[in-house]
Design a binder for this molecule. Structure first.
Ligand code: NDP
Ligand code: 8X3
Length: 251
């Protein structure tokens, strides 16, 4: 796949980083995005022996910065075949009456509007070439609302609705659009959600959670199907998890 280029948002950590590592094994040219420049530099160093890497440092909440960063891509990277809209997080876990407005802004601005800004910067070239594959990382929280999940679940329900809308509107151009919706994955997700509070350490205790590499593997499977096959919508849980509120823990 050395003539394929993928842009991955949120490549500094968790699912995005694991996807970059997986894609590099197949020689896919990579545009790695995130805010933490030093982590992008380090990943570029690690993966450069396997493939061509370009890094872009921007905050997906910044509409102009996002557009400019993607427009700045040099020639070998400017034609994007695969877009992995992965950047996102939960901020807080509070009943709606106690919710923090800044947390709500962060989740809607990053998970929903950020995904749209990145997509808007990439979709026109896919339309022009009549090819491409967009994978939006949703969540089981996009299919089911759980207690105190309110706004995070809302943001991921929006991701799923936007994914379905993209699939319809981009259908005439032969562009694949997929949603991958994981349950509990052991990444920096809970550290961010709980703002460094020790409670984050307990989230994945007592059962075998999904690992970022499990999702990366599924993302690679999704992008490597034959041209006529599109995995439209995939929900994946760890075996110990039955739904958002049912997790078999051995304590
Ligand atoms: P991590 O916290 O490990 O990674 C999140 C990534 O998003 C980081 O690379 C971070 O980069 C990037 N990011 C966050 N905010 C911004 C921003 N404002 N601008 C640009 N990049 C940003 O979490 P995960 O890997 O778990 O999360 C990846 C995706 O998977 C998210 O969309 C999440 O909602 C989803 N998901 C996670 C699950 C889980 O249980 N972990 C389950 C279901 C879905 P940086 O900070 O450098 O900008
Ligand atoms: C992340 C999974 O259950 O923590 O999207 O919301 S959950």
């Amino acid at each position: 796949m050395s003539n394929t280029t993928a842009l991955i948002t949120g490549a500094t950590s968790g699912i995005g980083k694991a996807t970059a590592i997986e894609f590099a094994k197949y020689g896919i040219n990579l545009i790695l995005c995130g805010r933490r420049q030093e982590r992008l530099d380090q990943l570029k160093k690690e993966l450069s022996p396997q493939t061509n890497i370009h890094t872009l440092t921007f905050d997906v909440r910044d509409k102009t910065g996002t557009t400019k960063a993607i427009q700045s891509l040099p020639k070998p990277f400017s034609a994007i075949d695969i877009l992995i809209n992965n950047a996102g997080n939960a901020h807080g876990l509070d009943p709606i009456q106690n919710g923090d407005l800044d947390d709500w802004d962060a989740m809607m601005d990053i998970n929903v509007k950020g995904l749209l800004y990145v997509s808007k910067a990439v979709i026109p070239q896919m339309v022009e070439r009549k090819s491409g594959h967009i994978i939006n990382i949703g969540s089981s929280a996009g299919k089911e609302v759980y207690p105190k999940g309110n706004v995070y679940c809302g943001s991921k329900h929006a991701v799923l609705a936007i994914t379905e809308g993209m699939r319809i509107d981009l259908n005439p151009f032969g562009i694949k659009v997929s949603a991958i919706n994981p349950g509990l994955v052991e990444t920096e997700f809970s550290k961010v959600r709980f703002k460094g509070d020790a409670i984050a350490d307990s989230v994945y205790k007592g059962f075998k959670a999904l690992q970022a590499e499990d999702i990366a593997d599924i993302i690679y499977f999704t992008i490597s199907r034959p041209a006529h096959v599109n995995i439209a919508d995939l929900l994946v849980f760890p075996t110990a998890q039955a739904n958002s509120t049912t997790v078999k823990k051995e304590l």
